[in-house]
Design a protein around this ligand. Structure first.
Ligand SMILES: Cc1ncc(COP(=O)(O)O)c(C=O)c1O
Length: 470
């Protein structure tokens, strides 16, 4: 009976090389913060956010498309992103009264805020109207409620269109509802300002977004024919992030199988976020604006310019690309020896592997809560910096709770050497949706603090994020 050897199995899925993050991993900062907080924490790099904003703006300028950029706040709760939005003069997309208060409180003026989300609560509609925010109306009854609540203020309104490409979507107004909403806005006269139409598509493909953008330009023409201003085309978010190299992602998707995971867990390739993208972030915007949608003779950019529109963007994940990481300390290493082969399958003896228990839970790595897994490999950091190649050791990563399901990484990652208690695990590129959408003080564990790292006088300095407590 032969073992496949401890390192056999799951292919590596490393993040793209990133010298700045590598230097942080090799510095004194990480173990010091781990000691100071006594639990996991998140690191945030605001200059990376600024660079992503600049890249989106550069594409709009290059293609000569008037645009308004709004950071989708739901992707990360830290105040520092909103502070950077205010400093850069871009807007914020919020979907709750709490998010709206945070955006206003950290310096973004109401007119630069777009309020999305379905069936918004009356208090949110009131506050948004009072602050002159742009309100995305998702249903006819919501429009009626807004018209009842708003006077004497005149709310600024976008109508959210139901995407025909995703008929099961619960969001937006269907074609006939849009027509009724346009007539209702016309009848409302000066009681509201109808500024345009919007959509947000699930998934990351460019062609359906380009097709829907062109469709919206057509609906705006209809709105204008009814006397409504309708200048804005809101194309939502969904600009992909390129986490890992193409070959690594291709091999992972082709070969991943239950034997690569703790407890033989099964994931289907479709369960995962597409961690590689050939046209990520601002490049996806360029591709979208440069597309000639089927049945049209001009690119989306040309159509937008010809109609005198402005494009409203709401990227979340893409503005946070490479702008944050999450650090856990290993509290225990449990070794699971090689198992017996299942009857009749002598070549399939499961190899030995480790279970690394960290000082927090999978609630601080949210992907796990969507029947999925954050795939990019965490980096093992020893007291002397990033682990050097030694005896490769496969291990998965589990949380400090009493739940079998509290697993941060089910996949048996091949670490360059055997991890030890006290080493750190750094999950990179986690600022987009991983850090806090599911955070919980379950087991009375403290919420991981967010640490902002800035370069001041050429020296890296850290401070805690200034999010206002509720
Ligand atoms: C209305 C709206 N805008 C923007 C976004 C942000 O999407 P992403 O972070 O993929 O760019 C979302 C995400 O669900 C959304 O619902």
């Amino acid at each position: 009976m032969t073992s496949k050897g401890p390192a056999a199995g799951a292919p590596a899925v490393p993040l793209h090389p990133d010298p700045e993050w590598d230097a942080l991993c090799d510095s004194e900062l990480l173990p010091e913060l781990s000691h100071a907080f006594g639990g996991p924490y998140h690191l945030l790099l605001p200059h990376r956010f600024d660079a992503n904003v600049a890249a989106f703006r550069a594409v709009l300028a290059e293609l000569d498309v008037p645009g308004a950029l709004h950071f989708a706040k739901k992707a990360n709760k830290a105040a520092v992103w909103v502070e950077r939005c205010a400093a850069a003069g871009i807007g914020v997309d919020v979907a709750s009264a709490g998010e709206l208060q945070q955006a206003l409180g950290h310096g973004v003026p109401g007119p630069d805020i777009v309020v999305t989300g379905p069936a918004k609560a009356d208090d949110l509609l009131r506050l948004a109207t009072a602050q002159d925010c742009l309100i995305t109306v998702d249903a006819l009854d919501e429009l009626e409620r807004l018209l009842a609540i708003a006077p004497p203020a005149r709310p600024r309104v976008l109508l959210r269109v139901h995407p025909p490409q995703q008929p099961a979507s619960r969001f937006g107004l269907t074609g006939p509802e849009v027509e009724r909403a346009l007539h209702r806005c016309t009848r409302a006269g000066a009681a509201l300002r109808m500024e345009g139409l919007s959509f947000h598509l699930a998934g990351y493909a460019v062609p359906p977004r380009a097709a829907l953008a062109a469709h919206l330009i057509g609906v705006c023409a209809r709105a204008r024919s009814l006397g409504l201003p309708a200048d804005l085309i809101g194309i939502g978010g969904g600009f992909p992030v390129d986490y890992v190299p193409r070959a690594a992602w291709r091999d992972f998707v082709a070969h991943q199988q239950p034997a690569h995971y703790h407890a033989g867990k099964t994931f289907h390739a479709d369960d995962f976020y597409p961690y590689h993208s050939p046209t990520p972030g601002a490049e996806a915007l360029r591709a979208l604006l440069s597309t000639v949608p089927p049945g049209h003779h001009a690119t989306v950019a040309e159509q937008v310019r010809a109609a005198g529109h402005r494009v409203l963007l709401e990227p979340g994940r893409a503005l946070l690309d490479r702008a944050g990481c999450t650090v856990f300390r290993i509290q225990g290493v449990k070794h699971r020896p090689a198992g017996d082969a299942p009857p009749g399958r002598p070549g399939e003896r499961p190899a030995a592997y480790g279970l690394l228990t960290v000082d927090g839970t999978s609630l601080s790595l949210s992907e796990q809560w969507f029947n999925s897994e954050f795939v990019p490999d965490p980096v093992l950091v020893t007291p002397a910096g990033r682990a050097r190649p030694g005896r490769p050791y496969p291990a998965c990563v589990v949380g400090a709770s009493c739940l079998e399901s509290d697993v941060l990484t089910w996949r048996k990652i091949t670490f360059p050497d055997r991890p030890a208690r006290g080493d750190l695990l750094v999950y990179g590129n986690t600022a987009g949706y991983q850090m806090d959408s599911n955070e919980s003080s379950f087991h009375d564990l403290a919420l991981p603090p967010k640490v902002v790292v800035e370069s001041i006088a050429d020296r890296p300095r850290w401070r805690l994020d200034r999010r206002t407590p509720h």
